[in-house]
Design a protein around this ligand. Structure first.
Ligand SMILES: NC(=O)c1ccc[n+]([C@@H]2O[C@H](COP(=O)([O-])OP(=O)(O)OC[C@H]3O[C@@H](n4cnc5c(N)ncnc54)[C@H](OP(=O)(O)O)[C@@H]3O)[C@@H](O)[C@H]2O)c1
Length: 305
C-alpha cells in the first residue's frame, strides 16, 4: 500500500493558499498549513479541522526568516520524516493602490500592461523598497524555503514542488529581446546569472531606467520576480531528476492581492496548484501551467487579455 503523503503549503492562512490546503486535505494528503502569523494560521487550520479535515496541522513559517524556515524543516522531519509536496504559494505584489476605486472601475489587473503605464501614475504606485521586498519574498525567500526542504523531499517516493507563479511572469512582458532569449535558454542559464539579472533590474529600477532598458513597466518587480521564479523552476527540474518541479499560474483570482478583483474564486484558483501537486509519476517536470493547462514560458501574444 502506498504510504500517506504529506504537503507543506506556504501562505496557507488565506487566499488561494488556504484553498490549496483544503483541496489537498480532501484528497487524503496530510497538510501542514503554514503562516507567518501564528493566530491567523491557527484560526485557518481550526476552520478546516472543524469542517471535518482533521489531517491539517499548523506550523508557523515566515519565508523571509531563515530561523523560521529552519524550525519548520525540523518540525516536518520530526513529525513526518520526509516531505512529499512543497507548495510555494506565499507571495506579495509590491505595489500600492492609491486609488482603489478607480483601479477597480478601470478593470483591475487587466489594465496593468505597459501600454497603460502612463495612465496609471495616480492609481498604482510601485515604490522601490516595495519592489525590492517583492523580489526578496517571491524569488529569494521561495528559493531558500525550497533548498531547505530538498533533503526531506529527497526522502519521498513521489516528491513534488509547485511554485505558484503568475501570468505576469511570462517573458512576453520583457521588451529586451536579448534578455528575453537568455532567460528562455534554460540549457545555458544559471542561478548566478539570475542573480545578476535581478541586480541589473534593481539598479535600473532605482535609476528610473526601466523603459530605457526594456523591463516591464507596470508591477515591474512582481513581473520580474515571477519570471525569475519560472526560470528557477526549470533549473530545479533539471538539477533534481527525482523531484517533479513545476510552476502554476492560478488564474486571475478574487483575493486580497487583487484587491478583490478577479475572474475566478479562490477555490477555482487552487485547482491548478493542487493538480500539479498530485501529478502522477510520469507527469512533466520543469513545466508551466496556466491553471490546469500546460502553457509556454514565452507567449507570442498577450497572455492576459
Ligand atoms: N490572486 C491572483 O489573481 C493571483 C494571480 C497570479 C498569481 N498569484 C499568486 O498566488 C499566490 C497567492 O496569492 P493570493 O492571491 O492568495 O494572495 P493573498 O490573498 O495576498 O495571500 C498572500 C499570502 O502570502 C502570505 N505571505 C506573504 N509574505 C509572506 C511571508 N514572508 N511569509 C509567509 N507568508 C507570506 C500572506 O500572509 P499574511 O496573511 O501574513 O499576509 C498570505 O497568506 C501568490 O504567490 C501570488 O503571487 C495570485
Amino acid at each position: 500500500m502506498e504510504d500517506k503523503r504529506c504537503a507543506l503549503v506556504t501562505g496557507g492562512n488565506r487566499g488561494i493558499g488556504v484553498k490549496i490546503c483544503r483541496q489537498l486535505a480532501s484528497n487524503g494528503v496530510d497538510v501542514i498549513l503554514t503562516s507567518r502569523n501564528e493566530s491567523r494560521g491557527v484560526e485557518a487550520t481550526e476552520k478546516l479541522n472543524i469542517s471535518g479535515l482533521r489531517n491539517v496541522i499548523f506550523h508557523q513559517l515566515d519565508i523571509n526568516d531563515p530561523s523560521s524556515i529552519a524550525l519548520s524543516v525540523k518540525f516536518v522531519e520530526t513529525r513526518f520524516g520526509k516531505l512529499d509536496i512543497l507548495i510555494n504559494n506565499a507571495g506579495e505584489l509590491g505595489v500600492i493602490f492609491i486609488d482603489d476605486k478607480e483601479f477597480k472601475a478601470r478593470g483591475g489587473f487587466v489594465q496593468l500592461v505597459d501600454e497603460n503605464a502612463h495612465l496609471l501614475t495616480n492609481i498604482v504606485k510601485e515604490p522601490y523598497q516595495l519592489g525590492e521586498k517583492c523580489l526578496k519574498t517571491n524569488y529569494y525567500a521561495t528559493k531558500t524555503v525550497t533548498e531547505s526542504f530538498i533533503p526531506l523531499l529527497q526522502l519521498s517516493k513521489s516528491a513534488r514542488i509547485v511554485n505558484v507563479t503568475s501570468v505576469f511572469g511570462d517573458l512576453y512582458w520583457f521588451h529586451n529581446e536579448k534578455l528575453k532569449q537568455e532567460l528562455h535558454d534554460i540549457d545555458n542559464l544559471t542561478e548566478g546569472r539570475i542573480d545578476e539579472i535581478i541586480q541589473m533590474f534593481l539598479m535600473d529600477f532605482k535609476a528610473a531606467n526601466l523603459q530605457k532598458n526594456g523591463w516591464p513597466l507596470t508591477t515591474s518587480a512582481y513581473k520580474v520576480s515571477k519570471a525569475m521564479l519560472n526560470a528557477y523552476t526549470r533549473l530545479m527540474a533539471r538539477k533534481y531528476e527525482n523531484i517533479m518541479v513545476n510552476c502554476v499560474h492560478p488564474g486571475y483570482v478574487i483575493t486580497e492581492m487583487t484587491s478583490q478583483t478577479g475572474f475566478i474564486t479562490e477555490e477555482e484558483g487552487a485547482k491548478g496548484p493542487v493538480m500539479a501537486a498530485l501529478l502522477p509519476d510520469n507527469g512533466p517536470s520543469g513545466a508551466y501551467f496556466d491553471r490546469t493547462q500546460m502553457a509556454p514560458f514565452l507567449s507570442t501574444d498577450a497572455p492576459f487579455k
